[in-house]
Design a protein around this ligand. Structure first.
Ligand code: ZN
Length: 126
C-alpha cells in the first residue's frame, strides 16, 4: 500500500483535527512526522510540517473531503437584516440572565447568541 501526502499542516491541532475528520469519514489516515515533531516542535518547518497521508487510491476523495472543510459550513449566519436588508448587524446583548446569576451564585452564560440590526433594531438569530 503506497501513501500519498494530501495536505501539510504546521499546527498540530489542525493536523489532528483534519486526521480525525478524515477518519470519521472512513479514510485510513497516517500523520507523517507526528512523533518526531511532538518531541521536537522546533523542527516543524525544517521537516515540512505534519503531513497528512492516505492510501493513493483514496487520495482524491480525501482531498475532496478536506475541501469541504475549507468552504465552511453550509448554513452560514445571515449577513443582512431580513427586515430592512441592512448589513450593519451588531451583537445583541441580552442581560436578563445576569440578576439570576448574581442571586443564585451560579455563573452561567446566555444560551442564545443573536445579532441585532443597527438600522431597525430587529433581532437576527445566528
Ligand atoms: Zn434592519
Amino acid at each position: 500500500m503506497s501513501l500519498t501526502r494530501i495536505a501539510t499542516f504546521y499546527d498540530p491541532e489542525e493536523a489532528y483535527c483534519a486526521r480525525s475528520f478524515l477518519e470519521s469519514h472512513g479514510f485510513e489516515v497516517c500523520l507523517l512526522n507526528e512523533h518526531h515533531l511532538t518531541a521536537n516542535p522546533a523542527f516543524r518547518v525544517a521537516l515540512g510540517g505534519f503531513g497528512l497521508a492516505v492510501p493513493t487510491t483514496d487520495a482524491e476523495s480525501a482531498r475532496q473531503a478536506l475541501r469541504e472543510i475549507e468552504t465552511g459550513p453550509e448554513a452560514s449566519p445571515p449577513d443582512a437584516c431580513v427586515s430592512c436588508g441592512s448589513t450593519d448587524l451588531v451583537r445583541a446583548r441580552r442581560m436578563s440572565w445576569l440578576p439570576l446569576a448574581l442571586m443564585s451564585g451560579v455563573p452561567f452564560l446566555p444560551l442564545q447568541r443573536a445579532r441585532k440590526c443597527a438600522a431597525c433594531g430587529k433581532r437576527v438569530q445566528d
